[in-house]
Design a protein around this ligand. Structure first.
Ligand code: URA
Length: 202
């Protein structure tokens, strides 16, 4: 198994406001051999306290949805566009996204996943470099290039969207069904890609 040594950010002061507001840098978690990388926006308060992405209320939804598909957070990779909590949980600024981009690119390149799932508008627009109507486009497969490599990106609503709008749960479920299928997850084994990937069909 690859290790996370080169992927984890140990120290960074590129964003003065975030350096001030964070208690710690929140690196990605899960296996560096993952077939699927989930990319969120930025750590919130729970993540900032615990040092792990998606461990708060949205993380509870994500864990539940992964488990329903025989996936768990150890078998996939979960990371964020920005690794430090923005003050008051505001959206990351353009320059903060840019400052953190090479860490995300490095993580994706090292893991070399069959599929990237972008959770919400910010990561979808960040990785696809265009505006995204995330509810309408959730479940759509797109492509992004990092250096000379092309990666499949599945656009997905953010798990927190289900807190404000019940109808978003079906949208999330449907996109995650597609993610599990595209990554070739064996429903009896799980593990983020133990079966035959269907990505070649897209
Ligand atoms: N929302 C995100 O986008 N990322 C997290 O780590 C937690 C909540």
């Amino acid at each position: 198994m690859a290790d996370t040594e080169g992927i984890d950010v140990v120290d960074c002061t590129r964003c003065p406001e975030l350096t001030e507001s964070r208690s710690q840098i929140v690196n990605g978690t899960g296996t560096p051999d993952a077939a699927v990388v989930f990319v969120g926006e930025a750590p919130g308060g729970d993540e900032d306290r615990e040092g792990e992405p998606f461990v708060g209320r949205s993380g509870g939804v994500l864990d539940e949805k992964l488990a329903e598909r025989n996936l768990d957070r150890e078998g996939v990779r979960i990371t964020n566009c920005v690794r430090c909590r923005p003050p008051e949980n505001r959206d990351p600024k353009t320059e903060e996204l840019a400052n953190c981009r090479d860490f995300l690119d490095h993580e994706i390149r090292d893991i070399d996943p069959a599929l990237i799932v972008t959770l919400g508008k910010v990561p979808s627009e960040h990785l696809l470099d265009r505006s995204v109507a995330v509810t309408n486009e959730s479940g759509d497969v797109a492509e992004t290039r990092i250096d000379d490599r092309s990666y499949r990106v599945l656009i997905c609503v953010h798990p927190a969207a289900t807190f404000y709008d019940n109808s978003q749960e079906a949208t999330l479920d449907s996109a995650l069904d597609t993610a599990a299928e595209l990554a070739g997850v064996d429903p009896d084994e799980g593990g983020g890609g133990s079966g035959q990937s269907r990505l070649g069909e897209y």
